[in-house]
Design a protein around this ligand. Structure first.
Ligand SMILES: NC(=O)c1ccc[n+]([C@@H]2O[C@H](COP(=O)([O-])OP(=O)(O)OC[C@H]3O[C@@H](n4cnc5c(N)ncnc54)[C@H](OP(=O)(O)O)[C@@H]3O)[C@@H](O)[C@H]2O)c1
Length: 344
């Protein structure tokens, strides 16, 4: 971190510290990363970059005044390569524009390295770093942990896919895929990033709730790909709710045989420190501000309902990125992950 009073030469090593940077530090997930890294015992935030390179962390994020005063740089891949690891908190396409020139460890929060090439180019844009796709490991911690131990590059899952996949993956052997998989998901407004749009304008979002891109949202293909299903099988409807942060994915599937859902979840996640199995329906307030995913399941005959709640900015983005960074740097996976929710 380039504190004004103790400016270090970029990339200069402290044996105990692993040097990291954030490109895209002015956005919401960038802000969350700065906050998480401020208290991390091993990562030293040395490089904070935006498109303009103007100002300081304090001026980008006034809430951090007095917390740290960091110089902000204009984003530059060559500078970032002097660090041990770089987080990319950028829009898709902009992310691969930087990643293609990065030789250090990369944890990318965008969609650019999550999908197979064909699916990416169908739903996003022509890929500008195709040759590198195979070098990225999907960062859904509980299901890709072993792969993460052997990689230098991480594609952090999308927020909706994180919530939906954590709910559905334990039940794959029990679901009747001749019936549709329905994912009805609701997100706080911060899921859309800091730039205001017609959908996220206060007057539209406040006291309101509405679906957007029903059955056509780009996260459908990410969910389908990671479940090894055809896109048509997955019926995903995202909605915006009048909350700042937090997300729920309500998943409805048909069972092909009788199961005890609580037992299935317990067997898969009983030892997972950041998955909490609930006996009552999940709530975003219990997870907002944390890395936890809360899960609840119930059934009615052959219909299985699984609900998953996460903080979209943390478990759905920045704390999942941090957990993956811990793993690829050989640190204890839970180091610095937030556990205390913003309650009441
Ligand atoms: N928000 C969520 O809940 C969430 C969850 C999961 C994944 N994600 C993904 O995470 C990524 C970041 O999301 P976000 O919500 O943090 O978006 P955001 O609030 O819009 O922030 C993106 C930042 O990228 C910066 N940027 C754009 N072009 C740049 C460039 N050429 N060089 C340096 N910085 C540049 C912008 O900074 P300037 O304005 O200074 O240019 C902006 O602050 C996206 O790919 C998003 O899809 C977001």
């Amino acid at each position: 971190m380039k504190h004004k009073e103790e400016k270090k030469v970029l990339g200069q090593r402290d044996d105990k510290k692993i040097t990291v940077g954030i490109i895209g530090a002015s956005g919401y997930t960038g802000l969350e990363l700065i906050k998480l890294l401020d208290t991390h015992p091993r990562f030293s935030l040395e490089y904070v970059a935006t498109s303009s390179g103007e100002g300081s962390v304090e001026s980008l994020h006034p809430a951090l005044k007095g917390v740290n005063s960091v110089d902000v740089s204009k984003a530059d891949a060559a500078e970032a390569n002097r660090l041990d690891l770089v987080f990319l908190a950028l829009p898709h396409k902009t992310a691969f524009g930087f990643a293609k020139d990065l030789t250090t460890k990369v944890v990318d929060l965008s969609a650019d390295y999550r999908l197979k090439l064909e699916a990416y180019e169908k739903h996003y844009c022509p890929h500008g770093d195709k040759g590198n796709l195979q070098n990225y490991t999907y960062g859904l911690i509980e299901h890709y942990r072993e792969g993460l131990r052997n990689t230098r590059n991480v594609a952090v899952p999308g927020c909706y896919p994180t919530a939906a996949l954590l709910a559905l993956l334990p039940f794959m052997d029990h679901i009747d895929f001749d019936a549709p998989v329905i994912i009805d998901a609701k997100s706080g407004v911060s899921g859309a990033g800091k730039k205001c749009s017609e959908k996220t304008h206060f007057v539209k979002a406040n006291d309101n709730m509405f679906a957007y891109n029903p059955l056509k949202h780009r996260h459908s293909c990410e969910i389908a790909e990671k479940l090894s299903l055809a896109e048509e099988t997955v019926n995903f409807v995202p909605q915006i709710i009048p909350a700042t942060r937090g997300m729920i994915a309500n998943c409805y599937v048909q069972l092909k045989h009788d199961i005890d859902p609580a037992q299935v979840l317990g067997e898969r996640y009983g030892q997972e420190p950041f998955i909490r199995l609930r006996e009552t329906p999940v709530e975003i307030k219990n997870v907002a501000g944390t890395h936890y995913c809360d899960l609840y399941a119930a059934k009615n005959g052959k219909t299985l309902f699984i609900a998953s709640a996460i903080d979209n900015l943390l478990r759905g983005a920045s704390s999942q990125a941090l957990a993956a960074a811990n793993i690829i740097c050989g640190l204890e996976e839970m180091t610095g992950l937030p556990r205390i929710a913003y309650v009441p």
